[in-house]
Design a protein around this ligand. Structure first.
Ligand code: SER
Length: 288
């Protein structure tokens, strides 16, 4: 499935469920804590914090993002990048955990003919925060997932915040099992290459402060509403649905490598060092 089609299906799924379709904000956004927009929720932060009234109860977007923490891995692995697009759906005090899980499950497992992404339900694993029994029960009820494919993790993996003071909450991550040829059994707690994360559902319910580390912060109190903030990695889904061996070989990215190959006179796929360079170029120019 083409990347553009995945993007279209994502937005249509949520528009059909009453969400306002909001265009991507520019990468350079007016937030004193951020150099670049690094998540789909950034433009909506004042709504989560209760500083502004949202014009709609729910929204969806495909947001351009840059994250630099893995910059040294770009091109060397099959899945790291700095520039990516995040498909997101957001609820500002409207639906909460049950709604987010229902929407996500429907989109990923509905057949391609029915407008979904057509992932095999048996290939889906999820993680929840260890104390979040409610999310675990909802995954069983709504998706029929067996207990062993719902794994519990601590704050480091399953609590999302912006890395600075702001909104935060427990997260539930959705993974696709690529099969035993990609790594050992045991789910995402054992191997995050074989079990590839595609979607993070954040139950955004607290305001946090004094962030010392990803898993060390103080909770100021509850947000005015219980909100939903989700982020699906568009290029990761494309890479899975296009059966490519590398994120840089999907339809929206590979043309950059082809052009770089024409300009440089070197060939992609012949030499590992050159391949890493090609992927670095493809990653960085897309943010331009
Ligand atoms: N804010 C969460 C993330 O960036 C979900 O969108 O993963």
């Amino acid at each position: 499935m083409l990347t553009a089609e995945i993007r279209r299906r994502f937005l249509a799924h949520f528009e059909n469920a009453g969400h306002a379709v909001v265009p991507s904000a520019p990468l350079l956004f007016d937030d004193p804590n951020l150099l670049f927009v690094n998540a789909g929720m950034v433009p909506f932060k004042p709504y989560f914090l209760g500083q502004e009234t949202p014009p709609w109860p729910t929204a969806t977007s495909v947001q351009k993002c840059v994250r630099t923490q893995d910059i040294e891995e770009v091109g060397k692995t099959t899945r790291h990048g700095t520039f990516f697009q995040m498909n997101g759906n957001f609820s500002f005090g409207d639906y909460f955990k049950a709604g987010a899980i229902t929407h996500a499950w429907d989109l990923i497992t509905s057949s391609v003919d029915d407008g979904g992404l057509g992932f095999d339900p048996d290939s889906i694993w999820v993680t929840v925060l260890h104390s979040d029994d409610e999310a675990r029960s909802l995954w069983k009820e709504i998706a029929g997932l067996p207990d062993e494919r719902i794994q519990s993790r601590g704050l480091l993996d399953n609590y999302w915040h912006m890395g600075v003071a702001g909104p935060g909450g427990p997260a539930s991550e959705i993974y696709v099992d690529r099969g035993p040829e990609f790594g050992p059994d045991g789910g995402p707690v054992v191997d995050e290459d074989r079990f590839l994360e595609i979607w993070n559902l954040v139950f955004m319910q607290e305001e946090i402060t004094n962030v010392r580390a990803k898993d060390q912060f103080d909770v100021l109190g509850d947000l005015p509403n219980k909100n939903i903030d989700t982020g699906m990695g568009l290029e990761r889904v494309a890479y899975l649905l296009q059966g490519k061996g590398n994120l840089y070989e999907i339809d929206e990215v590979y043309p950059v490598i082809e052009r770089a190959s024409e300009i440089s006179g070197r060939t992609y796929g012949k030499d590992h060092t050159d391949d890493v360079r090609f992927r670095v170029v493809a990653d960085h120019v897309r943010s331009g």
